[in-house]
Design a binder for this molecule. Sequence first.
Ligand code: NAP
Ligand code: MG
Length: 498
Amino acid sequence: MTKTKREVARRPASAAIPSGWEYAPAPESRDIVRVNESYGLYIGGGFVEPLSNERYTTIDPAREEPLSEIAQAGKADVDRAVKSAREAYAERWSNLRPSERAKYLFRIARLLQERSREFAVLESLNGGKPIRESRDVDLPLAAAHFFYYAGWADKLEYAFPNRTPRPIGVAGQIIPWNFPLLMLAWKIAPALAAGNTVVLKPAETTPLSALLFCDVVRQAELPPGVVNIVTGDGRTGAELVSHPDVDKIAFTGSTEVGKAIARTLAGTGKRLTLELGGKAANIIFDDAALDQAVEGIVNGIYFNQGHVCCAGSRLFVQESIYETVMAKLKRRMRTLRVGDPLDKNTDVGAINSKQQLDKIGALVQSGIDEGAEIYQPPCKLPERGYWFVPTVFTNVAQSYRIAQEEIFGPVLSVLTFRTPDEAIEKANNTPYGLSAGVWTEKGSRILAMAQGLRAGVVWANTYNRFDPASPFGGYKESGFGREGGRHGLEPYVQLDGE
Ligand code: NAP
Ligand code: MG
């Protein structure tokens, strides 16, 4: 029988809910954060009404309830933001002593730490991710990013010895909805450290943490116009990309939009970095510590509902341990708690939008239709909101859509291999090349695999581990340019000889 999309999402394979020990609700209070009824655009150091006069509603995807009315910036609004960034660049920011720039960045980092609970609640409310993750991952990493690049601001000549680094000008930055505040930090911190000013567009569905960040910018007394935030959908992004006075575009999002941006910018002389999709291989050898590897598999694909560009969405298991790994994985999946993102016990939260839920449902259906075997643990889902049960597919051929396309949801495709060479060949059989994971006891094998895998990041005996000092970025259709580390400064400086 073919399941409908809704049935796939709502009804896991077995209907029985495991009895016994149940977790009591442990909700984080949402009173700590105040959400305004509506927001303007943050331009020139304050909120202004959109000239477009257009607004849209942003919602809480776990409850399908409206949270706030958001400005849809049009062409004239984007122009105003770019002018403000240009003026701030010329008159204030680029001439400031680097050690002074550093002080502002340190201040922003400390304020993010101080207000982290408020930000974490807002991030979970607007994005659907579990509070445990926004509290323990997104917020600490966002603050760490500002601390890290604050440290570089007055040491740029050491980052690029004998090359006299200078800022570029105005950076246009466009970010996705999966890590709204963290992606903002990845974009804004290195740009400001190097002496540039920015106009940033958050994703349509998750603008609230970027708008709260404007309050941090105000508290830090950053000179007006150094950071400008324009909200809106893809049209706002497109206006920013094609604005003639933007010197650099930094984009994170889908490969499709990334390619469109590259076409628009070709021949303009504007700088571009693209961080796009992925279909990462997580490779488990028979000598790996299997219980740890299973934790790595779960973290690799079910972290942030699988809305992760570097998610370990293709699992490669060495044939001799296949049965054992699958049994352990399914057992572990039965312990995952899906539900209210604001509950501290929740492992898997809400899907970010109806549109994304439909996309996941369609790809899962294609997996069933093409002949893969689906497993979903028994799981009670809330009545309202967008949810998808953690899913694993076995019996997957490399040609299936679920093995080729980015699903961007809690869906894992399992394949097998016999030798390291076969693992490398299969892992590289994708248009993407963002990340990979290798699980083995042998150090030499880790190094050999890392050399053979065409991926920007290769994790060994861990997965989804981030550090501001470590560069991140892709090969092939996963994009180009690096964020994080000294490498992350490069797109934001002009060097002698360039
Ligand atoms: P997307 O459209 O590429 O969104 C990324 C950002 O670009 C958003 O701020 C988006 O605005 C903006 N944008 C959209 N069209 C644009 C255009 N023509 N010019 C400039 N900016 C534009 O991605 P999505 O629609 O949110 O998600 C679609 C798929 O992309 C997902 O299913 C997933 O496979 C992939 N994705 C990858 C990442 C990643 O981290 N690599 C992140 C998100 C999604 P809107 O918010 O209005 O779309
Ligand atoms: Mg889009």
